[in-house]
Design a protein around this ligand. Structure first.
Ligand code: AR6
Length: 202
């Protein structure tokens, strides 16, 4: 049975001799998964996802960048609405302060412990909760970083496969949100996600 109509293309624009922008998109009915190089804090979407910890205490990487650019109102709202933090595999929503988005979804991915501690299911569940929050908050466009693949040590290839499959399954079932963008910080993560997305579309 054909579940969806896939259109896959890769666009590489050489802006100069040394800089290249890569974008890859796959269409699932009326929804789209998009991969791009870049910084999550510059994304013009309805919601950006933060790679948070379960105390929602702030940190480095994506978390540091989101709070630095979003400003202190994001942490103030997080502390006052969610003093208990957020369990691993889930996510909570705040407004986005000075970020060019309406909401930040603070998602807690798993710490990699060799793959034997339910990491794959927890990673999938963190992505799914963000997509549910997007639907609940009428967000049509959402941008994710590669959750758990930095300080939390989840192997990039495995994270790419699980993250993309989770988003694809959600879009096929719910037909929203209309755009899910993965914002990948470097060539290695972009390559891993591009390979996984291509394999998934064959
Ligand atoms: N935009 C997009 N991707 C980024 C950015 C950015 N500005 N900065 C880093 N990445 P991480 P985690 C990539 O460590 O593994 C924090 O201290 C990065 O290269 O931000 O889920 C929290 O407080 C990597 O591929 O998140 C937690 O304690 C990916 O984003 C802990 O780290 C995720 O890296 C969460 O660890």
């Amino acid at each position: 049975m054909i579940l969806c109509n896939l259109i896959l293309f890769t666009l590489r624009i050489s802006l100069s001799g040394t800089y290249e922008v890569s974008i890859m998109q796959v269409q699932f009915g009326s929804c789209r998964i998009e991969l791009t190089h870049g910084d999550i804090t510059t994304q013009q979407v309805d919601a950006v996802v933060n790679a948070a910890n379960s105390r929602l205490a702030g940190g480095g990487g994506v978390d540091g960048a989101i709070h630095r650019v979003g400003g202190k109102s994001v942490m103030e709202e997080t502390r006052s609405k969610f003093p208990e933090g957020c369990p691993t595999g889930s996510a909570v929503a705040t407004s986005a302060g000075r970020l060019p988005a309406k909401f930040v979804f603070h998602a807690v991915g798993p710490i990699w412990r060799g793959g034997v501690a339910g990491e794959a299911d927890l990673l999938a569940s963190a992505y799914r909760r963000c997509l549910e929050l997007a639907v609940e908050h009428s967000c049509h466009r959402i941008a994710f970083p590669a959750l758990s693949t930095g300080a939390y040590g989840y192997p990039m290839d495995l994270a790419a496969e699980r993250s993309l499959a989770t988003v694809r399954d959600f879009l096929l079932e719910h037909q929203q949100p209309e755009l899910v963008r993965f914002v990948l910080f470097d060539g290695g993560s972009f390559g891993a996600f591009a390979r996984a997305l291509e394999a998934m579309s064959e």
